[in-house]
Design a protein around this ligand. Sequence first.
Ligand code: NIG
Ligand code: FE
Length: 390
Amino acid sequence: MSSHLFANISSLVTNDASHERGALGVIDNAAVVVEDGRIAWVGEVAQAPDADSSTDLDHRAVLPGFVESHSHLIFAGDRSHDFAARMEGTKYSAGGIRYTIEQTRAASPEQLENNARKLLDEYARSGSTTVEIKTGYGQSAESELTGIQVASSCSDEATLLAAHVAPPEYADKHDEYVQMVVDRMIPECAPHAKWIDVFCEKGAFTEDESRTVLKAGMEHGLIPRVHGNQLTYGAGVQLAVELGAASVDHVVYLSDADVDALANSSTVATVLPGADFSTRNDYPNARRLIDAGATVALGADCNPGTSFTTSIPFCIALAVRDLHMSPDEAVWAATAGGAAALQRTDIGSLTVGARANFIALDAPNHLHLAYRPGVDLISGVWRDGASLYE
Ligand code: NIG
Ligand code: FE
């Protein structure tokens, strides 16, 4: 087994709080040794052990790769006109999803996979080394099965979002749609998925419908996660906590009871400011969540309707500027927070034994991600110790 030393790191984010400097466990003048795709040693460069080969990182900053815990990459078609109309005052509603459903149903599995892989490539170039992928634009038994097969061929983190919005043919028959999700879609799709998700929102699925879908998924071994409190105050957060969901995502409109419930549970609150940016929605108050003691993750939510971006650095800048997170908190939320939302302990930090998933910045430290918005600072990406971009 050969070892490789990454030397001359100006500032290393480990997310190991036992190091100095807060939750990020930053080490200055650092080095990392990788063996067999895993981190074998981290510390100051002056103390680095000998290795079989080495890379000089030339005083760049190194961070764990971003962990994107929320994306919708299984779709076809374009909704740029929707976006333009919104910027001229049209309000976002979940109904736009139906246009993408039509386009997605008409696409072949190959087209869906090519589109997903192209977006995954964008994600990787902008620093994400793990990406969860949801279905949700098929909303028929056949199309959701195709979607979950494509998602699971592209990611270990495949999510069945069988209840995103009821498709047009079930517009007046929500009960029948939910019954079909439970009786057919979940049993057929569950072998290909890790997670079950639902859009619990006015215009999508009610609290009772959402509970029915999530419980059916859990009976088939899927772990629940929820789209909640994105467009209105509602039951999403409380339902997620009640079922012990891994995360509840969007969390824009929260009552005090919602914040308390999150603070006293293991359910991660995932903020997705790209969606709020592109819908001119309010931003979630991440400060309030963090101060209350909730675990916060940050994602980009790439989807054609509300957030057609794969850039976690862009979302970090938004989180710092508009969600009132500190730069350290935003970086933690996009790395360790994403890993917590996906219940993964092998990613999101650079500690001995973790996967060697990391990125180098053309900058002296991680603060530059928010300090230099819109600038592509990602100058190297490694997954399991192998270079994806340099
Ligand atoms: O995460 N909130 C629901 N689902 C997506 C948007 C879907 C769409 O408009 O196409 C989201 O924002
Ligand atoms: Fe979403």
